[in-house]
Ligand binder design. Structure first.
Ligand code: ADP
Ligand code: MG
Length: 181
């Protein structure tokens, strides 16, 4: 467990080091609820936003992204991008495309991302990165981080704990507590 973020005005928060409001913790008890969380998340996002998902294999990162794709109304089923680093899901309407990245395969970090020739501008897209820690932070200071945990060693239980942290100016005033439903 991380120590709770310091509260109160003691620490001046300029745009550079601004961290958002306190983390939001959400308990999810089924894959369907994880999808629903993804659909709710879609309502908070706009073009240029970066969402970073962490959590072990089978935590539910792709399941959440599936719901996000539904919420954004994009084309194509969201699946684990097993053989590709990134997949672009164009909007079925006039919303932003969803760029789904599996950074597990991204050994070289951002340079490799820029070499992907994704056919869309990242600043016009909603970008979701699974396992991107230490690899894609340079994209933007503004990031919404979701960490998915399950009980250690438990592969049968469907309970997941999702910790949402908004980083940077973009998320300093956004109300991510709506994700708790
Ligand atoms: N609460 C839950 N949320 C998400 N997935 C769950 C949950 N409970 C069980 N699962 C199962 O765990 C697996 C998660 O797979 P996936 O979303 O591909 O994980 P990841 O992308 O993190 O490796 C799926 O088989 C899903 O049905
Ligand atoms: Mg996955």
């Amino acid at each position: 467990m991380e120590a709770p973020a310091a509260q109160g005005p003691a620490e001046p928060s300029g745009p550079a080091g601004a961290s958002g409001p306190a983390d939001v913790e959400i308990t999810v008890t089924s894959p369907e609820q994880m999808r629903e969380l993804g659909r709710r998340l879609a309502k908070l996002l706009r073009a240029g936003d970066l969402v970073m998902l962490s959590g072990e294999l089978g935590a539910g990162k792709t399941t959440l992204t599936r719901g996000l794709g539904e919420g954004l109304g994009v084309r194509g089923a969201v699946t684990s991008p097993t053989f590709v680093i990134a997949r672009v899901h164009p909007s079925l309407g006039d919303g932003p495309p969803l760029v789904h990245v599996d950074a597990y395969r991204l050994s070289g970090g951002l340079d490799e991302m820029e070499d992907l020739d994704l056919d869309v501008s990242l600043s016009d897209s909603v970008i979701v990165v699974e396992w991107g820690e230490g690899k894609v932070e340079e994209l933007t200071e503004d990031r919404l981080r979701l960490r998915i945990d399950r009980a250690v060693g438990d592969t049968t239980d469907e309970v997941r704990h999702v910790t949402v942290t908004g980083l940077g100016e973009r998320w300093a005033t956004a109300d991510v507590s709506v994700l708790a439903g």
